[in-house]
Design a protein around this ligand. Structure first.
Ligand code: NAP
Length: 362
């Protein structure tokens, strides 16, 4: 039996309020101080992961800090807490450790944490990229959008996931725009893409205006609050929101029946997995970053797989192949925590036509 652990954290205080309603009476500052003082702990035991070739089980470990705290506290405090969680994983017997949400962002995307632990560490970002792109290809097909003719926009393109998505998409699309806050780094990315795939990508001068022109959006910023609002999107657009916390405001679900917003990287796990904890997904499915940790455990990999911000295309291809080998697959399309049905996609297309979309249908 192979063993792994996966670290996550409460995305915001709302999450704590929902789990422990009595905390609503506390001022935010007191609740944040309490979280800061709490040590990491085991949330649940994960059992029943089984491919035709191997079996695995593991643990979810909580690092009690919100996304906002991970960004605002001194980095050494955050890293120290993640390393404590990693040591707990080692004591439990985990052979590989996955870093979830913002624990995968701090310390040069897992590099600092991995240096201080004795077991291999992964951010899970390689499989996240592969599965987000698989989701976008499927959603575009269902919405009859030809990727070659579409205006494609990557938001958060300077990040680990965003830059890898941009570089791979550049091999498949003709019109690619990249957006992030740091223009100098975007220029470096644009030069790299031109070198690698010959595509001249555009750099968004203004995020909001780039969004109104995009047929396909992948959004994967490290922002603690939404960056995409209902009025920003083109009718008929497909948006893949990979970020956690979400980049796409919940308001979009109510106000824009003419766009398809999908979650990035929802994966079906082989076997009869029981996570022992409800993180909002249907039974038997997980985030892609969790799935990467499980795949590496099933493979018995002895090395840290995805660390740092410079993901390689080969690495992404390799984890996709390993995922296939063990029976992991894309679990259809999900939008704002629920499955997207075929008739809903038809309704979105109809509504987009009605809204006078100027999209290019294939
Ligand atoms: N769904 C999944 O399975 C999964 C798996 C792993 C990670 N994630 C999520 O994916 C997101 C990105 O992860 P990552 O590892 O790629 O992080 P990252 O390397 O830190 O990249 C995030 C990028 O977003 C940009 N950014 C940050 N704040 C922004 C803001 N307010 N507005 C616009 N752009 C902003 C930054 O570039 P600039 O400084 O240039 O703006 C940064 O390079 C996180 O939300 C993470 O939790 C999801």
């Amino acid at each position: 039996m192979k063993k792994f652990a996966f670290i996550f954290h409460p995305l915001d205080l709302g999450y704590i309020h929902r789990q422990f309603p009595w905390t609503r009476v506390l001022p935010d500052s007191a609740l944040k101080a309490a979280l800061r003082a709490l040590p990491p702990g085991v949330i649940s035991r994960i059992t029943g992961i089984g491919s035709a070739r191997a079996e695995a089980e593991g643990w979810f470990i909580n690092v009690p800090l919100t996304a906002d705290q991970m960004l605002s506290l001194p980095e050494e405090i955050v890293i120290k807490k993640i390393v404590r969680a990693g040591r707990l994983a080692e004591q439990l017997g985990a052979q590989v450790l996955g870093l979830g949400a913002f624990t995968a962002i701090v310390g040069d995307a897992g590099t600092e944490v991995a240096k201080q632990l004795h077991i291999p560490v992964t951010t899970g970002n390689s499989y996240t990229v592969g599965m987000a792109l698989a989701g976008i290809r499927l959603a575009a097909k269902k919405m009859c959008i030809d990727l070659k003719k579409a205006e494609v926009l990557v938001v958060g393109a300077n990040g680990a996931i965003g830059s890898a998505c941009s570089r791979i998409l550049a091999r498949e699309v003709n019109y690619l725009t990249v957006a992030s806050r740091n223009d100098r780094r975007l220029e470096g990315l644009a030069r790299r893409i031109l070198r690698e795939s010959g595509l001249a990508v555009r750099i968004a001068a203004d995020l909001k205006s780039a969004l109104t022109q995009a047929d396909i959006v992948i959004s994967v910023t490290g922002s603690a609050t939404p960056v995409i609002e209902p009025q920003d999107l083109k009718p008929g657009a497909v948006v893949c929101d990979v970020a956690r916390p979400r980049d796409v405001s919940q308001e979009v679900a109510k106000a824009r029946p003419d766009v398809l917003v999908i979650e990035g990287g929802v994966v079906r796990v082989p076997g009869a997995v029981d996570f022992g904890f409800d993180f909002g997904f249907p039974p038997g499915t997980s985030y892609a970053c969790m799935a990467e940790t499980m795949i590496l455990a099933l493979e018995g990999r002895q090395d840290s797989f995805t660390l740092g911000r410079n993901l390689s295309v080969e690495q992404i291809d390799e984890i996709m192949q390993l995922g296939n080998k063990h029976g992991f697959e894309l679990a259809g399309l999900r939008s704002f925590d629920r499955a997207v049905r075929e008739n809903e996609i038809k309704a979105i297309r109809k509504q987009a036509e009605f809204s006078g979309s100027s999209r290019r249908f294939s």
